[in-house]
Every structure is written in C-alpha cells, then in structure tokens.
Ligand binder design. Structure first.
Ligand code: PLP
Length: 422
C-alpha cells in the first residue's frame, strides 16, 4: 500500500546520524557467513553482571510487593511516578545541596524523548515566523540530536577549537567562544557532558560562559548528563554539574543498566518544566512506571549510586585505559593520529589528521578487514560548513569491546592506516 506522509512525517522518517549506518552494519554482520567481526560500533551498553544482578533482585522485590499492581495496573501522573520523583529529589538535594521540589522535575520515557520535546518546544519557528535554533556549541555531538527537530534547518552545530598534545598523540575539543553565536534567534542549547562521541568533559569555565550567554538571552541550556554522576558516573575525571537559572540538567538510567526500561528525567526551573510536561503528556501521557518503580528502590537504598561507582565506572575506565595503551602500542608513530582525551562516556574518538581518504572509505576498508567502527561524520549534526575536513577525519570506537579484542582491532586499524597514508 502506498501511503502519503506529511512534511513532518517525511522529516521524522529520515534515518539520521548513526541510525543511517546501523542498517549497513546489521546487514554486514548478517551476511558475514562464518566470518567474525571485531565490532567497535555498538552504542548499546554492556550488561555488567553486578548491575544485572541488582536489577534482578530489585525486580523480584517489586513484583512481590503490594505496590506492584498499582505500578503496572494503573495510569499515573504525567510528571512521573511520585515515589521515584521523591527519591530523585532527595538524592540530588542532598548530594548537590539543592532545594529542588516536584515543580522542578519531569520524568520522561528515556532522555531521547526529552530532547525531542525540548527541541520542538523551544526551537523551531515562533508564531511570527522567526527561526529559533537548537544550538550545539561544540560539535561533534550526540548523533541523536540530528533527528530531534521537526525542522532540520533549525539545528545549528558550531565548530570547536582543537587543542593538540602532539607528542602524546592526544587532543581535546574546546569551546570556540569567538565564533559561537547565541542570540535572539537561539531557541535552546544542547550539550552532552561527558560527550558522546568524544568523551570530552567541557570545563566549568566553558559551562559558565554558556550559562551566562543563555541567561542573557533568556533561553534554556540543556546539559545532557547521560554519562555523568551519580548514575551512571561515567566521568573519568572530576566534573561539577551546574543547576539553577536557565540550566536544565538531563539524566537517563540507560547507561546504569536500564536502557530497555526508558527512564530519564530533567531537573530545571518550573517555567522550563511546565511546557515540556504539557508537550510530553500530549505525546505519550507518561513514562513507563515499572522502570521508575525499580529505580526508586535502587536509589532509596543507595545501591544504584554504589554500583555505578564500584562496577560501571571501573568497567569502562579499564577499557578506556586499554584503548589508550593499544593505540600507543599499535598505531604507527609516523601517522598523525590523535585520541581524544578519555574523560568519560563509553566511547573513544580518534582523529586522523590529513587522512587521505574519507571516514566512510576508511569504514569500508576496515570492514574488509573484519573491523567495524563508526565513521565520525555521522556525529556532526547541524554543521553548516560541509568543506570542514576535520569532520571526515574521525572515527568512533565503542568501549563495549573487551581488552584482547581492543588490541586485535587497533592492530588491524594501524595496518590499514599505514596503507592509507603511504
Ligand atoms: C549523550 C546521549 N544522550 C542521550 C541519549 C539517549 O538515551 P536514552 O533515550 O536511552 O535516555 C544517549 C544514548 O546513547 C546518549 O549517548
């Protein structure tokens, strides 16, 4: 049957960012015919045994409790499951010395939904027809932002400055304050901290600069804390979060073992929360209550915070170290490769300066050698300057692969790069 879709229907049917490449990866893996691939493309977190154990124990507790029928058998408040809200507010208020109330929180079915709702609540076109951008101050950024605005042209990514530590084969993205535009045509700002795909943690100075700019223009700034503390605590260096004023602090439990349950929340001023809550209610009533009820028990007992520090963080930190060691050992010194400083997240990001072929050609070449990576150009949503070559010179490697495979994969990448640069 042929169906006609609306303009928004067409826009939302587009495969953006990594989703566009996942189809190819899945087909490659399916048609592998006995070949085994070293797959560095996964975005799905690893099921860590201790974390799995915790959620199993808690689920059993919940299923056997008198609350269970109420949790799964009834609709709830659009803002979120009340005991979950209480647990989160208590934890955040104690931990960060805040005075948040239930007016300052909205629970969402995963944080992706939250970004969709925020991008179209604060970004898009005003009733007078003026454009309001969804601004990404340091791009490369989370590929999922590329699909959240109903108006593609509203997404505006800004190039970063690149600080190079030449001798160490390392680099770090910095905010390019001089070339960043935040003005009356900015609707909202999104930034992931720690960043997927780069592992960058924006400095507090950079954060404060952005918050001031946002505040001066009366726009909300969304700090995507998908990898931050307390859950999942995937920051490998110290980082202080910011709250209050125009800041919307967004959290998800997806990297703390619950991606399938779709639990996220945002903490912000009630004037930011109110329109988001109304929009979300129109779209989906409320988030699933089972995941929220599970998380309530794990947060109230302190077990979630504990397991993130004792199991989740060390798991990925060890792999980041393994990746750094493998890169030093197996990537040729003569090639201008640079690993982004591994400050957090579940990914490593490599920049191949002056790469003689495109990131996609490299992806295809590596596939021939049974190594799958993600071409970096899928992580530059909203970048206007398509001739900026840096965006075609990077690859993302997932830290979900274990150490022997990291060594094996990086060795192969080193060989393929030697051929490319020679
Ligand atoms: C930086 C970042 N933000 C948001 C998301 C979306 O997560 P979820 O919708 O599962 O909360 C992801 C998922 O990988 C992510 O890496």
């Amino acid at each position: 049957m042929e169906v006609k879709t609306s303009k928004f229907g067409q826009r939302m049917s587009e495969l953006t960012g990594v989703r566009a490449i996942m189809k190819d990866i899945i087909e490659t893996l399916k048609s592998a015919e006995g070949k085994s691939f070293l797959n560095f493309s996964a975005g799905n977190p690893v099921v860590i045994p201790q974390v799995d154990e915790l959620w199993r124990k808690i689920t059993t507790e919940l299923v056997n409790s008198k609350d269970f029928s109420n949790v799964v058998g009834r609709y709830g408040a659009s803002k979120g499951y009340e005991p979950f809200i209480e647990a989160v507010l208590k934890d955040y208020n104690n931990r960060f010395n805040l005075n948040l109330t239930e007016k300052n929180i909205l629970v969402s079915p995963g944080s992706q939904m939250l970004y969709f709702v925020a991008a179209n609540t604060f970004g898009g076109y005003t009733s007078e027809g003026e454009i309001r951008h969804l601004t990404l101050p340091i791009t490369p950024e989370y590929t999922g932002y590329g699909g959240v605005s109903l108006h593609k042209e509203c997404i505006k990514g800004f190039k970063p400055l690149i600080e190079i530590f030449e001798k160490d084969h390392e680099f770090k993205y910095r905010l390019d304050r001089d070339n960043l535009t935040i003005d009356k045509n900015t609707g909202c700002i999104f930034t992931s901290r720690p960043c997927n795909p780069t592992g960058n943690i924006m400095s507090l100075e950079e954060v404060n600069f952005l918050v001031e700019k946002a505040s001066a223009n009366s726009i909300p700034i969304f700090f995507d804390s998908a990898y931050a503390a307390p859950y999942p605590a995937l920051n490998f260096t110290e980082m202080l979060p910011v709250f209050g004023g125009n800041v919307a602090h967004c959290v998800t439990l997806s990297k703390a073992g619950l991606p399938g349950e779709r639990v996220g929340f945002v903490l912000a001023d009630e004037n930011i929360i109110k329109p988001l809550e109304a929009f979300q209610t129109n779209a989906c009533l409320h988030s699933s209550r089972m995941g929220q009820a599970m998380a309530t028990l794990a947060i109230n007992s302190g077990e979630l915070q504990e397991i993130c520090l004792t199991a989740v963080k060390p798991f990925y930190m060890e792999r980041m170290i393994a990746m750094q060691e493998a890169a030093k050992k197996f990537l040729p010194n003569t090639i201008p490769w640079f690993l982004h400083r591994g400050e957090g997240s579940i990914f490593a990001w490599i920049w191949l300066r002056d790469l003689p072929i495109s990131d996609w050609d490299l992806y295809n070449k590596l596939k021939e050698h049974q190594v799958i990576v993600v071409p970096g150009s899928t992580f530059f949503p909203g970048i206007q300057d398509k001739s900026w070559k840096h965006q075609y010179e990077c690859i993302r490697l997932s830290l979900t692969v274990d150490k022997p495979e990291i060594d094996q994969g990086i060795k192969i990448i080193g060989k393929v790069l030697s051929e490319c640069y020679s």
